[in-house]
Design a protein around this ligand. Structure first.
Ligand SMILES: Nc1nc2c(c(=O)[nH]1)N[C@H]1C(S)=C(S)[C@@H](COP(=O)(O)O)O[C@H]1N2
Ligand SMILES: [Mo]
Length: 509
């Protein structure tokens, strides 16, 4: 009679084999390039293939939580598939083995197609496949012998369970070892070694009264710790300044290959810029301001010599994220796009693109602000598509004129009488002309504007209104210097940025 493994045994073998494959792959990847870890690779492709509604939904949990939830979700799905693979192999080890070989081939191909991984990186999926197949065949053999042999069943059963326990412990050790070894690349030491980034040309000083923080607006400059963050990479890329280089190529007269010392040794300029994410909902938090320090993109591009046929600068980050920016926006002297290496007096934080990123005033981040940038290719307009363009977002997107009420906060209870309504307005590179507020659908009234620091940054506003006890609603609308007044029409962030008036309901008592 043919032996069929017990269901629970078959499922356990599936889970242990897959666990061994992922853990060994992760451990080897820590040495040959963490991006080659099969588990991280699966997680990253899940992000890349996720439908837009899911990624947008995830963003509300913030970059860390959104990723943690994804890691847990993927682990659950993988465990489910491992159980299924185990159950398929109750009669013979063949189906599971074939599946493991196929997955191994797929991961080797996936690793070879990654621009940021060397040839050696295929060792990670190879080791993973060998570990998975080895554990699978070994445990399968033990379990089959145990069930076939009634006499010695007690002994072999015990041996199977002990072996399984040993494998499980090995999986844990390998996974932890991978995590530990992977933290070897010491970005913080590299940041410390870079030291303070001192510009030759400072931004104009920020005048006192540039924010109304005491009335509830954000401070004019956002601290690096509070600066909003958006990235698709599941683990923040670790690039040491000493390992980094940037290639400028494509439709240029001379290709450039620059390392960090080449950039840091140039004449550095400082600029105050308000960055905004296209996914920011009306009234949302995805907007922040910093003093960025770097080399004007114009300078680098002129040095390479941009050919007249070039229409876009196609930028690639070390983790494979891409975007494209119109050449004109990169070359404009007035806008002063930067290859930035400093942020608020420090080297860029790791989360914000250390050692170098792009900053283009007036454009949403997804079409301009490549973090951990390693490659700039001058291409014909539309020659290639980029990360978010492939997911339904617009090819070009200028930041829309918008405003937000920060005080009172939604559903806040404030004393009746004099109430200060305050917030921010932005129209990067055009400048804010006027901000108006109305309460409970009454007359629009002009708010007081804080001094303008630069038309590339936000501007704070406030207005004192007299309110009786009761429920109230404050609305805001901004007019920029081109004469455009924000429309009331609500459109969602996709494809090129939200519009509509922000309003806040609160209570006076
Ligand atoms: N490499 C990389 N660069 C990136 C992104 C990313 O996901 N990966 N996100 C972009 C988006 S959508 C925005 S809004 C800004 C956010 O920059 P910050 O995280 O420093 O605020 O970075 C841009 N640069
Ligand atoms: Mo964004």
């Amino acid at each position: 009679m043919e032996t069929r493994l017990r269901r629970s045994t078959a499922a356990l073998i599936g889970v242990l084999a897959v666990g061994a494959a992922l853990a060994v792959g992760h451990l080897v990847a820590a040495f040959v390039g963490i991006g080659a870890s099969p588990y991280l690779a699966v997680a990253n492709s899940t992000v890349d293939l996720s439908p837009p509604w899911l990624t947008e939904f995830g963003k509300q949990f913030g970059p860390e939580w959104d990723k943690r939830l994804l890691f847990i979700g993927i682990a659950v799905v993988i465990a489910g598939l491992a159980v299924a693979a185990g159950l398929l192999s109750r009669k013979s080890a063949m189906p599971g083995t074939v599946l493991a070989v196929a997955l191994g081939v797929v991961s080797v191909v996936a690793v070879l197609s990654r621009p940021d991984l060397g040839q050696l990186a295929i060792l990670a999926p190879l080791a993973a496949a060998l570990a998975g197949i080895g554990v699978f065949q070994w445990l399968h053999g033990l379990a089959a012998r145990e069930q076939a042999d009634d006499v010695e069943a007690g002994v072999t059963r015990r041996r199977f369970l002990i072996t399984s326990g040993g494998v499980a412990a090995g999986v844990g050790v390998a996974a932890l070892g991978g995590q530990f070894a992977g933290s070897r690349v010491d970005v913080q030491a590299s940041r410390r070694a870079v030291g303070p980034i001192v510009p030759a040309e400072r931004a104009p000083a920020i005048p006192a009264g540039a924010d109304f923080a005491r009335a509830g607006t954000p401070s004019f400059l956002t601290s690096n710790a509070d600066f909003y963050r958006i990235d698709t990479a599941l683990t923040v890329p670790k690039v040491r300044a000493e390992d980094w280089s940037l290639r400028v190529h494509g439709l240029v007269d001379t290709e450039l290959e620059l390392d960090f010392a080449d950039i840091a040794g140039r004449r550095l300029v400082e600029k105050i810029v308000t960055m905004t994410c296209v996914s920011n909902e009306v009234g949302g938090p995805l907007i922040s301001t910093a003093a960025f320090v770097g080399v004007p993109m114009r300078e680098l591009l002129m040095e390479a010599g941009v050919r007249p046929e070039a229409g876009q600068v196609f930028a690639t980050s070390v983790d494979g994220w891409t975007t494209a920016t119109p050449v004109a926006d990169m070359l404009s002297e007035e806008r002063g796009a930067l290859l930035a290496i400093g942020m608020n007096g420090e080297p860029l934080p790791q989360e914000h693109g250390f050692p170098a990123r792009v900053v283009v005033p007036g454009l949403y981040g997804y079409v301009s602000a490549t973090k951990w940038v390693v490659d700039l290719e001058l291409i014909r307009d539309g020659e290639k598509t980029f990360y978010w363009q492939d997911r339904g977002w617009a090819k070009e997107a200028r930041i829309k004129t918008q405003s937000r009420v920060d005080a009172p906060r939604a559903f806040q209870d404030v004393p009746a009488g004099k109430v200060t309504v305050a917030g921010i307005a932005w129209a990067q590179t055009t400048g804010i002309e006027r901000v108006e507020v109305r309460v409970d659908g009454g007359e629009w009234r002009r708010a007081e504007l804080a001094p303008e620091v630069t038309d590339q940054a936000w501007r704070m506003w406030k207005l004192v209104v007299e309110l009786p006890a009761g429920n109230h609603r404050a609305e805001v609308r901004a007019t920029d210097r081109s004469g455009y007044t924000q429309t009331e029409d609500r459109v969602p962030p996709i494809p090129d940025g939200a519009t509509g008036w922000h309003s806040v309901s609160f209570t006076a008592s």
